[in-house]
Design a protein around this ligand. Structure first.
Ligand code: ZN
Length: 77
């Protein structure tokens, strides 16, 4: 697995696994992250911050993981 989830600015985005706290980087959906925040346990992530659909789709495409649902239009919500 090459990526990890990162809670950032209201969503759970995905970033490259090698990106370290303090680095400048970019999420898979193209959001600039500067600097990358410290890692926090998933249990401390805000419950209202949902997975970013752009990052989820990009991650699945790059790692050849099937999309979560069969209808692409529904996945884009
Ligand atoms: Zn994202």
């Amino acid at each position: 697995m090459s990526f990890r989830w990162l809670p950032y600015e209201g969503k759970r985005h995905a970033v490259h696994r090698g990106l370290q706290p303090g680095d400048d980087g970019e999420t898979l959906c193209g959001t600039a992250v500067s600097p990358v925040p410290e890692r926090t346990p998933v249990s401390e992530w805000p419950a209202s911050w949902h997975e970013c659909p752009g990052c989820d789709g990009e991650w699945r495409q790059r790692e050849e993981i099937p999309l979560r649902c069969n209808r692409i239009a529904a996945c884009a919500l």
